[in-house]
Design a binder for this molecule. Structure first.
Ligand code: SF4
Length: 448
């Protein structure tokens, strides 16, 4: 019988076997690894026990379909209408008599809604209304959309936490940072979030600012060569028509020092039908564009949002999330973790968690800085690093975003080495690099 001769050169086989052997570990090492794996798994046992009970947009698809049918009936719309963002904008729900045919509330609540809505306009896109639980007044979607009497009872006096008047060097411009500015292009939104910090600008009528003011804002950008990043927001930047947006983006593209444009829009969450092929085709001509959106609960991460984000990413728009930390809605580490994981599934990158600002009418949504830190503690290490946004508090007097982190560096110099706390709670000395004077990185060396 003829022996089989391997055609593989001897040296290549040897080197391949060496790599295989490196992957193999001894029984003892394997058993240590198995123990360690069990240890890290146990660290998040609380979350694993509840994660499947947290409602998400994908799990609730059937309920959402039923609500859609009910809302179409109430508003006299067709399935075709449901796919049209213009229909949703035209049919925003802003009357208690209409809302009570979609979700259930008592006569007392009805009176309270009417009373509370005197301070701040309310209006809900039929799409966002279809995500509401008709029977649960604590539904996180309802709490974000329906006026609460608690708004009326809040007597905090802060109406403009950003002190826009001190930060607006030109019409429609807000400037808090060296190399970027905001242009506030409209006060309109597909729905008026109850926690909105810009509620003082929302007023009772949708306004798109005149071209004269937009041109002055763009002129300011042109005259200030250090501005490389321009955010169009409001309100919601996607409340503008495609041609209005195209006009502004084209002008910005002609300014050589503007490197990137950003759009601030909640519509991927609250009215995903706004993301149309025509919009995407136009945005693609203004590359690079980033879209910062806002999802606050896993129930908002829907099939429709996924489709919208897919369309945006295919035309090169990068979508990132800025969640607001809201008492009673998401101030819970498990809910926040699920939200971040659901966002990654539909290719939205978690960017910020904002502490809710102190603005008149939204006190009941505010939590503490400790709540925010606790959430970050339960994200870092416990889930993908990409699912860990930066926790931000906005400094008083319009002084900008301030990142707040849990403390992992316990003591920068214990016996010449820093002491660290790992995400899983181990306290360890870290072998830092030493500079010639003997101190780690020369930072803590004794001064002579
Ligand atoms: S979409 Fe944004 S600007 Fe509009 S109401 Fe909601 S938070 Fe405010």
């Amino acid at each position: 019988m003829k022996a089989e001769v391997s055609s593989e050169p001897h040296e290549r086989k040897e080197s391949r076997d060496k790599v295989y052997n490196q992957v193999e570990v001894s029984k003892k090492d394997r058993s240590i690894a198995v123990e360690r794996s069990a240890e890290v798994k146990a660290l998040d046992a609380d979350y694993f026990a509840v994660k499947d009970q947290i409602p998400t947009g994908f799990k609730l698809e059937e309920e959402y379909q039923k609500s859609r049918k009910r809302i179409l009936q109430v508003l006299g719309g067709s399935e075709e209408d449901w796919d049209s963002y213009k229909w949703h904008l035209k049919n925003r729900i802003g009357k208690v008599e209409v809302l009570e045919r979609i979700v259930h509330f008592s006569d007392e609540e009805k009176k309270q809604i009417e009373k509370a809505s005197k301070g701040y306009r309310w209006s809900i896109s039929p799409f966002f209304a279809s995500l509401m639980d008709p029977d649960d007044k604590n539904c996180p979607i309802r709490m974000q959309a329906i006026p609460s009497i608690l708004e009326e009872l809040d007597s905090s006096e802060i109406k403009d936490p950003m002190i826009i008047k001190y930060n607006s060097p030109a019409p429609l411009i807000s400037r808090l940072y060296p190399d970027r500015v905001i242009i506030n292009v409209t006060n309109a939104c597909s729905m008026f979030c109850r926690h909105c910090l810009r509620r003082k600008d929302i007023d009772y009528k949708d306004v798109t600012y005149p071209r004269r003011l937009l041109d002055q804002a763009i002129e300011y950008v042109r005259e200030n060569e250090e501005i490389r990043d321009v955010l169009l927001t409001g309100g919601d930047a996607l409340s503008l028509s495609n041609s209005q947006l195209d006009y502004i983006l084209t002008k910005l593209d002609k300014i050589p020092h503007v490197e990137i444009k950003r759009l601030g829009s909640r519509m991927p969450c609250t009215l995903p039908q706004r993301i149309t092929p025509e919009l995407c085709e136009m945005l693609e001509t203004h590359d690079p564009i980033y879209l910062n959106t806002q999802f606050n609960h896993p129930k908002e991460v829907t099939r429709e949002a996924q489709k919208a984000v897919d369309m945006l990413t295919k035309c090169g728009v990068i979508v990132r999330d800025q969640t607001v930390l809201l008492n009673g809605i998401n101030h819970n580490p498990h809910i926040m973790k699920k939200l971040m994981q659901e966002l990654l599934k539909i290719k939205i990158s978690p960017y910020y968690i904002f502490n809710c600002k102190k603005v008149e009418g939204i006190r009941h949504f505010r939590t503490t800085i400790a709540d925010g830190l606790n959430i970050i503690e339960h994200l870092r290490g416990y889930t993908s690093g990409m699912a860990v946004p930066t926790f931000i508090i906005t400094a008083p007097e319009g002084r900008g975003k301030t990142p707040i982190y849990p403390q992992y560096l316990l003591n920068p110099n214990v016996d010449g080495e820093p002491l660290i706390r790992t995400w899983g709670g181990h306290i360890l000395q870290y072998p830092d690099e030493h500079q010639p004077n003997g101190s780690p990185n020369g930072i803590m060396g004794n001064e002579e």
